[in-house]
Write a protein that binds this ligand. Sequence first.
Ligand code: OGA
Ligand code: ZN
Ligand code: ZN
Length: 390
Amino acid sequence: MGDLFTYNTPHRILSIRMDEDDRQLLHLEWSDGWCQDLHALWLREQCTCSQCRHPASLERILDQTSYSLDLVPTGLSMTGDGALLMRWPQNNGGDRGDSGHESCFEAPWLRHLGRPPVPLPPRRSWGSEMAAQLPRFDYSTLMAQDEALLDWLETLRRTGLTYVEDAPIFDGTVSGLARRIGTVRETNFGGIFEVVARQNSISNAYTSVELPLHVDLPAREYQPGLQFLHCLSNQATGGQSLYCDGLRIAETLRATDPHAFDLLTRVPILFRYHDGQCDYQMSAPLIGLSEQAEVREIRFNPAIMTTAACPQAQFREFQAAYRQFLVFSRDPALRLEIRMQAGQIAVFDNRRVLHGRRAFAADGGRHLQGAYVEWEDVDSRIRVLRRNMP
Ligand code: OGA
Ligand code: ZN
Ligand code: ZN
């Protein structure tokens, strides 16, 4: 069916009939009693014959204006193996002059309306109890085994924070692990960014000061999805890593102070990163919601948030809401503190989990290498891995 995914269903199509009033509407009766309505135009568009989809690319070549909006099938039948066979009229069936156009739709594909049923694992928010339950994965196993890779990526989807252990303490190891998933997202800080204390740094990250909880690069239209931080050395005094689940903060705020939550989902904040070479600016609310009003992303970074776009007369009200978010992020019941060891790679959802670090002594004893990967690449990898597994 023009699809690399194998669709399955335990059910069979028992009968097909056209609606008595609307001859473009088909009713399929299934063995479990379900009556499925399908429109002729929807079916025509989905045809996977070699005139409608390129057999190698599986992409559509059918011109979606080449048939009439009043198109009605001329024939309906079922094949021996339970697929739906449809014939279309020559003059408006887009058949390019051959003897008629025929489309065949397999029952499992119809059952799923052509949408691969691979639900991604739901997110589960966490508080400080995560310290004792932090999901840890062995670097060599992840690099060698697809089952372990899938387990890790699905865990990342759920918790948004994992540690990879016993990675080689070599320059560039972090991008090797990132490439196990997909392409590395390069930014103005490079494909790999070096987190070391420097003179005249272009970011607080590359100094030895405390980095309060934040997400990286909120001044970008599209904040990096996944962040990797590989610890090459951590002998300096201080420098402990901090994490807090922004999803949990947002959920807590929603439950305890719906007005503050609402303000943080509506008032755009201008985030800005600029240096000698660039000037990135993005304006968006701290809490991004999906169409279903679920928390989709957290955009929070006190170091580079400039101003909130609310009327000055309402600024106190906004500030109170913003401060409430900050207060939650500092609640010991919601955050964890971990001292990274050389060979560990922290991997976390940069649009959900806030991260930070304590100030450290700038004696050269601390060096992390970081990289970013997008969630769309993670999800694609999950789907392909699942496709190849029983
Ligand atoms: C960063 C960062 C954390 C650390 O580079 O953005 O948050 O532990 N670093 O140094
Ligand atoms: Zn076709
Ligand atoms: Zn950071």
